[in-house]
Design a protein. Structure first.
Length: 518
């Protein structure tokens, strides 16, 4: 029988799935569960219902519990620790009664662009549209009634952790997506706090910056325990015991770094899902503020340059749905290999996609200065229009904007990247998206066996580190975890690199079309 008292659970609320994994003391995945959900576009903003988040969390845990019973014949009642992860940043504001004041504003929204630009100038620190402080300041600038009632602002990971523990805290990696961080002090930047306090004072708002932000915890810290109420939220059956220690809640950026062993200086990782982002751990600060690069931290507080793009796989999913409907019309029932066949077909395409150009912008994209989503496909009359080139263009488009952002810091700051660790469902078909990503970035790309588990695996590892890594740094702990693990490495092929460069040059020329208000 497995020793579940030494096992840990990682739970992640991602963009399309809520997923849980249970790992043992050797960091092997024992069981998993998941629940599908989707954002909604309401009143001009992307949002999720918090009721749905709690329902999905329970359904996800129910599936995990059932998987444990199926595999081991026991009811899961207690584990060593639990870690929470959630889609990064965004805006959740609560009043004194812990009532949500406005619907959850996710990372996907670009409505806080003016506030982000102004705060970047005030702080002299890049503030992206999706950061919590940008959303708060935009609401203040817009005169939204709710801002005077705020007593607490957090992210989705912070909210779920609060519901399970009663603690209003965040891991430093996720907190660095709310407000600027002083990496030396491992806390919110005091100069930025003073400047924002001045804004609050001028606007006559009844709180201070630190008063409404979550308390910061570092990887390895104990961030509370599962309460009786929290245990009931997770397990409606009532079998899960309360009192289980919980690690600091992190965003999917931080847990993705952990899941790919990318927390040392000079390493980097790429997380690809509904959005795509690259995290490069810096050896030194960047010389200036770049619109393409956000400065965040690892879960242990080291400085990271982050290139974040709002769009990645959603348009590929949409086209796969169309091809699935086509198969339905011909009575094909088994579509389990649809994605893999489409991806493998892309390998037969021309290196430059045969003159086909695709934009995957379901929502706006700040790096390329596109305000609203408008997915498009273009081709010249003489283009080689076939399925292979079409699919290759779709996969290229998933990484094109990321390449534009990474090229900026790599060339202007001479940031050294030896290799990139990648994870996400797009890499499930072996040797396709990974190969194209290597072409886009110009560096070797590794994909680990655990890559498909992504954030939930990373949050389970952080929970394990809290239990077992007291005398080790997080990087040393992860080095031992991943020693000898199964890894696929693909180096960039010259033909692919040249083809991707040609594709991106045309891609950049076509961006003015994407910016048109049609």
């Amino acid at each position: 029988m497995k020793d579940f008292l030494r096992a840990t659970i990682g739970l992640e609320l991602g963009s399309t799935r809520i997923k849980a994994v249970l790992i043992d003391s050797e960091h092997k995945v024992l069981a998993s569960g998941e629940y599908g959900w989707q954002n909604k576009y309401k009143a001009g903003l992307w949002t999720y219902s918090l009721d749905d988040s709690l329902k999905g969390l329970g359904e996800c845990y129910r599936a995990l519990k059932a998987d444990v019973m199926s595999k081991y014949g026991v009811t899961l009642t207690k584990v060593g620790a639990i870690g929470i992860s959630g889609m990064m940043h965004g805006y959740l504001a609560f009043d004194k009664n812990n009532k949500l004041l406005v619907p959850f504003r996710t990372w996907r929204n670009n409505n806080a662009a003016n506030a982000a630009k102004e705060l970047t100038r005030i702080f002299r620190y890049k503030i992206p549209n999706r950061w919590s402080i940008a959303h708060l300041y935009q609401a203040i600038k817009d005169g939204e009634q709710h801002v005077s009632e705020i007593t607490f602002v957090t992210t989705l990971a912070g909210y779920i952790h609060y519901k399970l523990t009663g603690q209003k805290v965040l891991g430093i990696g996720e907190a660095s997506g709310m407000f600027p961080i002083d990496v030396g002090k491992k806390d919110y930047c005091s100069q930025a706090v003073a400047k924002f306090d001045n804004i609050l004072s001028v606007k006559k708002l009844p709180y201070k910056t630190i008063g409404v932000l979550p308390k910061i915890f570092i990887a390895g810290d104990n961030a509370g325990v599962l309460t009786a109420e929290g245990a009931k939220l997770l397990d409606e059956g009532g079998d899960l015991e309360f009192g289980i220690p919980m690690s600091p809640p992190e965003g999917d950026a931080g847990t993705g770094m952990v899941a790919t062993n990318s927390v040392k200086s000079g390493t980097g990782n790429i997380s690809a899902g509904t959005s795509v982002f690259a995290m490069v751990v810096l050896e030194r600060p960047l010389s200036k503020v770049y619109p393409e690069a956000d400065i965040v931290t690892t879960p242990c507080g080291n400085m990271v340059a982050m290139v974040h793009c709002n769009n990645c796989t959603a348009e590929i999913d949409a086209w796969a749905g169309v091809f699935g409907e086509f198969l339905d019309e011909f009575g094909v029932k088994d579509k389990s290999t649809l994605y893999s066949r489409l991806f493998e077909k892309a390998l037969d395409g021309d290196a430059d996609c045969g003159g086909i150009l695709a934009y995957n912008y379901l929502s706006g994209e700040h790096i390329t200065n596109v305000e609203t989503g408008r997915p498009m496909v273009f081709r010249k009359t003489e283009s080689s229009f076939n399925l292979a080139n079409f699919m290759r263009a779709q996969i290229y488009s998933a990484f094109a904007t990321l390449k534009i952002g990474l090229d900026t810091i790599a060339k202007k700051e001479a940031v050294k990247i030896d290799f990139l660790n990648a994870h996400g469902g797009i890499f499930k078909t072996k040797g396709v998206a990974q190969r194209f990503l290597a072409a886009a970035t110009g560096v070797p790309v590794t994909v680990r066996k655990e890559a498909n588990e992504g954030g939930p695996y990373g949050s389970a590892l952080l929970a394990s580190y809290m239990l077992n890594g007291k005398d080790q740094s997080l990087s040393d702990y992860l080095s031992s975890v991943f020693a000898g693990g199964e890894v696929d490495i693909i180096k960039p092929l010259n033909e692919d690199r040249v083809g991707f460069e040609k594709f991106v040059k045309v891609y950049i020329k076509g961006l003015p079309i994407m910016r048109q208000k049609i």
